[in-house]
Design a protein around this ligand. Structure first.
Ligand code: G3D
Ligand code: MG
Length: 180
């Protein structure tokens, strides 16, 4: 059972996990939840909820499929978001402009929503380094009032412990979510 955050009006607040299809959203989420690397088995069609427990709290994550038909739901769920996690495939250079456009369309709706970007698939040989991802996504333009963090992530060998960067990211997300 998952405990959801509730606002003073009683509406639940989720941590939204968005990004283009194939970026690695499900794989990252499952790995964060289990502390073990876990590749996703199938593309997410629609919505996918995951609960992650830390020592003192539980967090509810909502992934919404990233293929075109599902993107219209992103805007709908954004006002209910406590925090936005945006996942990109760092090696899919061709689609970075599309990822950038989607990200900026999302965040311009809410100038204060904290943003955590996962530059995923860092294990791939032609993956862009996080500094290049920072530029490609124009993260310097996300707004001065917003908390923004960028992590390089990778979900590689099934069953191995997740890299320390991903553990750090999870701690930070828990901290941000608790203070929103
Ligand atoms: P999505 O939820 O954003 O759509 P998925 O993405 O988690 O379903 O992952 C899409 C594909 O990318 C999957 O491969 C998955 O195993 C792979 N993947 C996810 N993260 C990484 C990573 O960090 N490195 C590498 N090399 N691959 C990753 P398939 O083959 O099932 O399409
Ligand atoms: Mg998915």
């Amino acid at each position: 059972m998952c405990m959801t955050f509730r606002t003073s009006t009683g509406k639940s607040k989720q941590i939204l996990v968005l990004g283009l299809d194939g970026a690695g959203k499900t794989s990252v989420l499952h790995s964060l939840a289990s502390n073990r690397v876990q590749h996703s088995l199938a593309p997410t069609q629609g919505f996918h909820e995951v609960c992650i427990s830390t020592e003192d709290r539980k967090m509810e994550f909502l992934e919404i499929g990233g293929s075109e038909p599902f993107r219209s739901y992103w805007d709908m769920y954004l006002p209910k978001g406590r925090l936005l996690i945006f996942v990109v495939d760092s090696a899919d250079h061709k689609r970075l402009p599309e990822a950038k456009k989607c990200l900026h369309q999302l965040i311009e709706q809410n100038p204060e929503l904290p943003l955590v970007v996962f530059a995923n698939k860092q294990d791939l040989e032609d993956a862009y380094h996080i500094t290049d991802i920072h530029d490609a996504l124009a993260l310097s333009e996300v707004g001065n009032d917003r908390k923004m963090f960028l992590f390089g992530t990778q979900v590689t060998e099934n069953g191995s412990e997740i890299p320390s960067t991903m553990q750090d990211a999870r701690d930070l997300i828990a901290h941000l979510a608790a203070n929103m």
